[in-house]
Design a protein around this ligand. Sequence first.
Ligand code: SF4
Length: 365
Amino acid sequence: MNQTRHDWTKEEILDIYNKPLMELLYEAATIHRQHHDPNTVQVSTLLSIKTGGCPEDCGYCPQAARYHTNVEGNDLMSVQQVKAQALRAKASGSSRVCMGAAWRNVKDGPEFDQVLEMVRTINKLDMEVCCTLGMVTENQAKRLAEAGLYAYNHNLDTSEEYYTEVISTRGYEDRLQTIENVRKTNVTVCSGGIIGMGESEQDRAGMLVALSTLNPQPESVPINALVAVEGTPMEDQKPVEIWEMIRMVATTRIVMPETQVRLSAGRTEMTREGQALCFFAGANSIFAGDKLLTTPNPDVNEDMEMFKQLGLIPQKPFIKISQPQTVEAADSQFTALGEKPKWSRPGHIIERNELAKEKGAVSKS
Ligand code: SF4
C-alpha cells in the first residue's frame, strides 16, 4: 500500500495529471481500492444558512454583493428551519449537513451563537455537521468544536499564484491560517478548489501541492467545476471538459490517498458516465440536493437512481472519526473574545472583477 506523502512537487503532480488517461485511471483506482471501499460514497447536503450580500470579491461567486446576479439575499436562517432541512436531508440519505454563510469571517455575537446552536442541534440528530463561514480564529474554531462540529470547510480555491487573479479582498495566507486554527481542534478539515476559472494546469497542480503538503492532509477535498454565473466576473468562462475533471479527481486521489474526494459544483453538466468515471478515479463523496448554495445541482432522486445503477451505497455517518460530543452553551468552557483579527486585504486590481462590479453598479442604479 502506498504511504501518504507530504512532499509532492508541482512537477511530480503535473506528470501524474498528464499521464495517458488509462494509466492515470488504473493508478488512481488501485490507490482508491487500497484505502477506501470503492462502492461507498459519502453524501452531504449543502445548506445556505445566510445567502448573498457578501463583502468579498471572489470572481466566481454570485453571492458577492458587488456583482449583479439573480441571487436573492437572505438573513441567517433560524435553528428550527435548519433542523427541518437537516431532517429532510437525513431522510433522503445524507450523512452530513454542510452549512454555508456568505461571510468574510466569523464575528462573535448573536449570529455566531445561533450557528453554534445549529451545530448542536444537527449533531444531536446523529449527522455529521460541517460549516463554511469564512475565516475563523482559534477561539471560534474551539467553540465550534465544543458545539459538536465534525468538519470545517475553507477552500484554497486555486494555486497561491492564481489566487491574486480571482480575489483581491483577502490573501492566501489567511486561508492557510484558518485551516491551521481549525487544526488546533478535533474538527476535520475540508478544503479544495475550483477548476475552470482560467487557471493553467500548473495552477491546478499548485493547488494540489498546497493541499497535499499540509500535514495532516485535509480529510475532505472538494473538486468543483466552475459554474459560470451571469453577472460574475467569470460569466464567460468556457465549461470544464469532463476529461479535465476526471484527471483532477484521479490526481487528487493519487496524491491524497486517505482523503474523501468530493465531486462538488458542476455535476449538472456531467453525464452519468462522466460521473461514473470520476467515482472510478477515486471520487467518493458528493453533494446532494437540488441546490449548491445558490447554483443548480442534480435532484436527490436522480442521484439515488444513479447510485442504484452503479451499485453505490451512501456512507453512514461517523465511519472515519467518531461522533463529537456536544457541550451545551451553558456549560461552555469558552467565551466570545470579541477579537478583531487583522485578516489581510491586499486590494490589488483584478480587471475582470472591476468590470463586473461596474456592470453591477449600472444595472442596480
Ligand atoms: S465565495 Fe464566500 S467569501 Fe467569496 S464572495 Fe462568495 S460567499 Fe463571499
